[in-house]
Write a protein that binds this ligand. Structure first.
Ligand SMILES: [Zn+2]
Ligand SMILES: [Zn+2]
Length: 333
């Protein structure tokens, strides 16, 4: 976002001052040593120093060659992928970004913590960026459009640029009124640290008290934290990149969004992205029974036991529009 006001001049810092600013930025997402406008006006390019935790996350996967594998560690990695993918798709996306159902303040916070462990930053930043994406889909302002800025940038590049780091609180006023969510968003590295340490400790306890499971601290950490989180991250990022390139368009949405069964399976339902771009206010993204949307099925189950409620449906007008488009395509064929 460009700002026309004069830019604050960057403060010249000593080396200890620079190290302090860098470390504080890692623990406090809302800390901008030269002011937020200076960040908003940075060039759109990779900030390698700011990305060190992100790079470590990827490089950490290589340590699997030292720690080896076990069915326990692989099972934990898969389970954590599924549970956290649900937290991202159903809560970060369908709840925080689009408010497609209601829940209690406690459940809202609990799923925000779970989503935060996926290292996709805080729920408020995620929702603010995503609302911006829907407003400017595949236009110049879109932060991650493969058609505008290329496939690699839309997949991973945009997230590495410091310019895209600030949480634009103006876009998420409805969420920023909850101090616990603001704290989580601001200190978005806290939950991942606890998560990682918790995995290591669990592995250590299993090695000591359940040696038959064949795992240990470092192994559970590498599989549950590094590998599971990296695969989960790229699965989610595919919706920004691949889901705007690969698949079919049912609706004429004026953007490049597509529907894809493959992407829907790996993201628990987010692959019905063209449906979602046509109508973002519904809790379901697979609009028909044959469009597999696992997150929606789990949401239905949570609704049945009263943890969430008021799931917003797809309106009849959208189904009519879909059937009219289908009839027109048949006639033209
Ligand atoms: Zn999209
Ligand atoms: Zn969306």
């Amino acid at each position: 976002m460009q700002n026309d006001s004069p830019l604050p001049q960057p403060v010249r810092r000593s080396i200890p001052g620079q190290i302090y600013a860098m470390l504080r930025q890692w623990v406090d997402s809302d800390y901008y040593p030269d002011g937020i406008d200076a960040v908003r006006n940075l060039p759109l390019k990779v900030d390698w120093v700011r990305c060190i935790p992100f790079i470590v996350l990827h490089l950490g996967c290589i340590s699997v060659f030292w720690v080896g594998w076990s069915w326990t560690a692989v099972g934990v990695a898969v389970l954590l992928y599924l549970v956290r993918m649900f937290a991202i798709t159903a809560f970060y996306h369908r709840y925080f970004a689009h408010r497609t159902f209601k829940t209690s303040r406690l459940a809202q916070f609990g799923f925000a913590v779970l989503g935060n462990s996926a290292m996709q930053r805080g729920p408020l930043w995620w929702a603010a960026v995503h609302r911006h994406h829907h407003k400017h889909s595949d236009q110049e302002e879109d932060l991650h459009s493969p058609g505008v800025s290329g496939f690699i940038w839309s997949h991973i590049g945009w997230i590495t640029s410091s310019r895209n780091r600030p949480t634009e609180y103006d876009r998420i006023k409805d969420l920023a009124k909850f101090p616990e969510l603001v704290f989580l968003n601001r200190c978005d590295q806290v939950v991942p640290w606890f998560f990682g340490v918790g995995l290591w400790l669990t592995g250590w306890l299993l090695e000591r008290y359940a040696p038959g499971l064949g795992t240990n601290g470092p192994q559970l950490f590498v599989w549950g934290f590094f590998i599971s989180t990296v695969v989960l991250l790229h699965g989610t990022l595919c919706i920004n990149s691949l889901a705007h390139v690969f698949g079919r368009q049912r609706f004429k949405t004026g953007d490049d969004s597509r529907n894809s069964l493959f992407l829907a399976l790996i993201t628990l339902g987010e692959g019905w992205h063209n449906n979602h771009h046509r109508y973002m206010h519904s809790a379901r993204q697979g609009f028909y029974w044959w469009e597999i949307d696992i997150s929606y099925y789990v949401l239905r189950a949570l609704s049945a036991v009263g943890i969430i409620w008021d799931l917003r449906p797809v309106p009849a007008t959208i189904y009519e529009e879909a059937s009219q488009l289908k009839t027109r395509v048949k006639k033209e064929a």
